[in-house]
Design a protein around this ligand. Sequence first.
Ligand code: CDP
Ligand code: MG
Length: 676
Amino acid sequence: MADNEETEVILIPALYKPPALLPVAQLKDQLLYTIETYPVTIVVGETGSGKTTQIPKFLLEAGWCSTGKQIAITQPRRIAVTSVAARVAEELDVSLGQQIGYSIRFEDVTSVNTQVKFVTDGLLLREMLVDPLLSRYSVIMVDEAHERSLSSDILLSLLKKVLRKRDDLRVVVSSATLEAERFLSFFNPDEGEKIHGKSKEDFGCIIGIEGRTYPVEIQYLLEPTNNYVETAVDTVLSIHESEGEGDILVFLTGREEIDEAIDMLGDHIEEMSSSQQKIMTLPLYAGLPTEDQNAIFAKPSPQTRKVIFSTNIAEASLTIDGIVFVLDSGYVKLRNYNATLGIENLAVVPVSKASATQRAGRAGRTQPGKCFRLYTESIFTSLEESTFPELARSNLAPVILQLLNLGITNVIRFDYLSPPPSSLVTRALDLLYSLGALDTHARLTKPLGTRMAELPLEPQLSRALLRAADPEFGCLSEMLTIAAMMTLQGNAFVSHDGGKKQLDAARRRFAVAEGDHLTLYNVYEAFVKAGMGNTGWCRENCLNHKALVKAVSVRKQLAAYLDRFGVKENVLTSSSSGVLRVGGTPLAERVRRCLTTGFFAHAARMKSDGSFTTVDGKTTLWAHPSSVFFTRKAGWVLYTEIMETRGKVYIRDLSTVDMDWLTEYAPEYYKIRNGR
Ligand code: CDP
Ligand code: MG
């Protein structure tokens, strides 16, 4: 392989390639013409061809914002939204939040000057609640549409409707794979139908971007591995020893595996001789702090090989240059919904062939590369062709709540890109009904149902929060804090120096016998008391300062929603000291009762071996190591998070409850269950 000097020559133009040389640049005029002419443009091109970062700039330059309207670009993932927005602002040399901005749940970095706005597909859906025709936008680009995320599928359906009402709107759908025909025929008018004078023939157009890619050599394992994390680390080491230069991208399924792999590799790095080329390990997953994200895209110092351990974020959403070797675990963590149990979780499942191909392609962006599939060739042959749309494997309650609030009454006959199994729709309607969001005619209740739709939280949490001010609970302030802390998704604690002992000790300091929700509440209170700028205190207590600052902001935003609804905090009955009683019920109990009004469906009972079982006794669940009940005993609990890792189902954020509360707050739900 090339010596250092030559490698530099290969890497530099790749990392600092001026945007003009990106494949999409050659199609600029054609793209602008098509977008001007057709309501719908489908853009297909390899990851890295410049779709996400360049098309918005072309549109801006061509005057699509001159009438005061904005351009929106949606992404399925928050991390892609923030990273790409930052990149475009940098390319244009403007400060982020001005001309170029972004908006994700609970974080709006836009201003009156914003013309190009990057946004999650879910958030744009939410905007439709206040602006059903999305009238502030001239162009909407639905990016990564091939991923078939729940929100982007629904968004496409709704945009199809909007296009029938607005002849000035342009929709761009971008996809990394060849599902283009399907998208186009979805948008097209029916045979003989005309929309704004346009028929099937002149309504939409597909543009393919010819990307330059290099050959990628694929290698399989001869025998399957039962620990792909370990195999990945071993493979990284053997590449480092025997292959030429180039960065390595390893696809794992989640943060825990990524941390594990980095630890394992770290032990080996310490043993390496100092004369060897260095290894720099980097994690990449959703929720990664911005500084760490930047490190991914930074050019490594000479003599250093970057090894990036990533979730499938790096599959298409983010382009990292300089990758020559790809290691594919063959697995991905996907949202999964068990409609019978009513449990939504993230399960580790084999990737599809399309995903595996896409992953391999990451190795051949800047020079010929190699992809090591950490599974056998016969396993590859047995993989599904493409990933099942998220819509068909999700709890549809949140999205159906939104559709209903948009006035779409027949959610079963709605024009879905691919219709979900009707059992999922029925199940969602059932859940919404038992939460009081729907009446017996499947109409949204007022005000509860409409307020639940408006709150940017999952329906169960919305419901609990909206009931917190009821005199029998009187815990609005506490529930606001708990809801805000729950949005951190387990990131309140962090081990700063990798010290697990310190982390456990810190958790114990805040732990409350009643469970994790009140523990989170404790953490928040202590944080505010210590002073929000007190990063030293956070460090001492293994707390994630940034995350807690975020929680304070989220709490404010949630409080503003409730304020607007006229749901008032009752200072007389609410007290953080925990001693004040309403009708003789202590605060901690009222909080847990209030949580039950929303999460009654997520109940479990601890068995003698410390594991949990669901109400119907059919599923075994385990307390997540971060939970108070990982070590302590409990009877009945309710949980607000569930996830699956290597075949084991973990529940996180648990609170003790009385079994009687379940039937007290959800009589119909448990009656129906028992009767079945
Ligand atoms: O959307 P698509 O996959 O077609 O490409 P893109 O995300 O617009 O990326 C175009 C180019 O910009 C790639 O060569 C990336 O390496 C580069 N880029 C970057 O260096 N840093 C970012 N944060 C985003 C993109
Ligand atoms: Mg892109």
